[in-house]
Design a protein around this ligand. Sequence first.
Ligand code: CUA
Length: 339
Amino acid sequence: MRAFRLSGNRVHFVPGWWLALPGTLVLASCSGNQSSLAPAGREAEQIARLFWWMTAGAVAIWLAVAGLFFYAVRRRTEPRSERWGRLLILVGGAVVPAVVLGGLLAYGLSMMPPLVNRAPPGTRTIAVDGAMWWWRVSYPGPDGRTVELANEIRLPVGEPVEFQLTSSDVIHSFWIPSLAGKRDMIPGRLTHLALTPVRTGVFRGQCAEYCGTSHALMSFDVVVVEKEEFAAWLAQQAAPARAPVESLAISGQKQFLANGCGACHSVRGTPARGLIGPDLTHVGSRMSLGAGILPNEPDAFLRWIAHTPTVKPEVHMPAFGMLPPEELQALAAYLEGLK
Ligand code: CUA
């Protein structure tokens, strides 16, 4: 779209162009559960503040430049002196950018220590290991033993936590835009990210480093709840799986063990002790399946088990579409029932 047109030696500005800026802002939407501009954590609030100050600085410079442009094309003035021209270049080209950019740089750097420092000793730690393309999450449980789950993180509101981040294959990046900045997960290294959620809600985390074909399908749910609710949830996650009671689910458990699912997956309280894939002890209680890409319902379980590489290209889990439909349904009922 042309911002202006020329007729003769006059410049006419096209009004439609001016609608582009507010239109872009509306379309870019600053809300949602995966937005740095709708912060729900102390660190994300700082990042959002920095963004708005940066934006204000950019808009101020843009307005000044646009103003000069208008002035130059609209006003017919006598030629200026060489001294006036030099002064304009010095102030407009060196002093103003140096002051604005220097101020923003100092402001941004002053934010660094609280965003990159480790949390104080005694802070709750949660280990998250990135893998192609899912997240292994380990909490210290109520009895001190580790509680493992996958693709979902729950946090108590108002309490600082520190994530201890690792990767078991390639470089991933751990990012919950609503709560904090991002941190790389590097094979062979331990990195840290401390954050404090300030309001309850369901947020979305996403891998922020290209890590292969299904990088875009590597997300997770983050649920921030009140402290009492968090303690009850953690106690429930620490418990072994409940035995199925319905006949379909009982049959599903038999299929699960007979088809070798337990070689890769653990269901605590059963002979399934695999460590390669996600722990499924309470998979039915999670917000979503397949690392944030499917709703948690029997049909989605069935789709995942039967057509795994279609849902998530190049995933390590093989598809079990060769099983008869009734066996797939039984498996889905069993897994969905693991609340
Ligand atoms: Cu993991 Cu991108």
